[in-house]
Design a protein around this ligand. Sequence first.
Ligand code: SF4
Ligand code: SF4
Length: 488
Amino acid sequence: MTTVDASFSPVPWLDVPYIRSLVEKAGTEDRQGIEAILAKKKSELDEVKKHSTGALEERELKGIGLEEIATLSSIKSPDLSKKLHDLAKEVKLHIYGNRIVTFAPLYISNLCKNECNYCAFRASNKEIVRTAMTQEEIAEQIKILIDQGHKRVLMVAGEAYQAKNDGFQYVLDSMKTIYSVKDGNGEIRRVNANVAPLSVEDFKLLREAGVGTYQCFQETYDPVVYKKHHLSGPKADYVWRVNVFDRAIQAGIGDFGMGALLGLADWRFEALALKSHISHLEELGSGAHTISFPRIEPATGSEISRHPPNKVSDEDFLNMIAIMRLAVPYTGMIMSTRENSEMRRKTLEVGVSQISAGSRTDPGGYSADDKSARSGQFEVGDHRSLDEVVKELIENGFIPSWCTACEKKGREGGDFLKIARIGAIKKTCTPNALVTLKEYLLDYALPETKKVGNALIEKEVGMLEEPRSANTRATLEKTEKGARGECF
Ligand code: SF4
Ligand code: SF4
């Protein structure tokens, strides 16, 4: 295996030597620098909160830059972490309010021609049962998710669009199937997709099929580390992968889900590189719709997944999430069920705005039998049902949301980001969260969840300003009488 020079920058917007120098500097805690950044951001936040109308420049909370990210990533003292977390939560509340969007992943296939040595789906792994679900099987799985109350699905597939599975058409057909299933009052209203990097032409097809957010994690932005973990297959090409959103933009897609697999390279490198990547996309008129924070979890047949080379501690993990909330205030931040319930609870306190619930990572897993249980991509840490997660969110003061209104109302890509940047999106997020929560309580919730949920709706609707409060109340009444899919 040829190696990559440590100073090599594969794309112009990623200054690898500079990032390495910042990571090195972040090895020593800079208390004075940290306190100065946190104080400055807090006063900027207080200032923008005063301007709910007026010039956009006055209303936008700017993110922090690479130097500031590096300084904050030097935090080791608990009192500084606490200050950072509190500020990150305040920023999240300012942008999105207290709603938490929920979704479920749907793994349609675990066939893959790549050789990522941390993943159970890698081509050479003989320890899992391989499946590409048929359209009928996908429809059955979706029906199960709908009956649990889900409205948003993240469709996931390994990279193996083989002729025998109708090639890439298989992905497009699967999206169509997901959107076509209706059951009772339920349906999936937004299908996000985590599929391998595509050409501009294939991205156009994905857009026409109605993709919501296109998600693709670089896994690691460190080119040296990337080479060590992506041994063969199309994914071994770092540049093809890292330029994926540039091609998606050319195809007219504007909502991107980004992330790095935490545990491969130094997490500080990933945070700095993510910010560099997002700045590049912003220059192209786009940005990050969401950022995910997957930590490596044990995967069947992968030794590396059990002993990650740069394991991220719980403290650093929470700090990284909080730092990214300050770095890109407007972005949605996603926490999956890789983490256990306790850690997921903590991440909600430092800026996370979306969570998956009741997840399975094996194709066919929602009607699991012993066979499929061995075929997941990684081990799930939170096994609770959607209803249990929803009830806990409510009890902790969050509004669970299944909202997909922005897509319906055409608030996507750059248009969406403009509204999110000035903290105006929460004015629609909160009413929409309440309406979708009402739908969930009427159609799917267990009695205890219904009780706490209805109390939360009553309290929250009373806290909205007029005329928003009256409009929301009217929509809730319509929903009570049978309307579905009403939104603002
Ligand atoms: Fe395939 Fe993705 Fe797993 Fe790599 S991480 S082996 S591309 S499924
Ligand atoms: Fe998401 Fe838009 Fe709904 Fe807010 S209003 S939850 S940003 S879809």
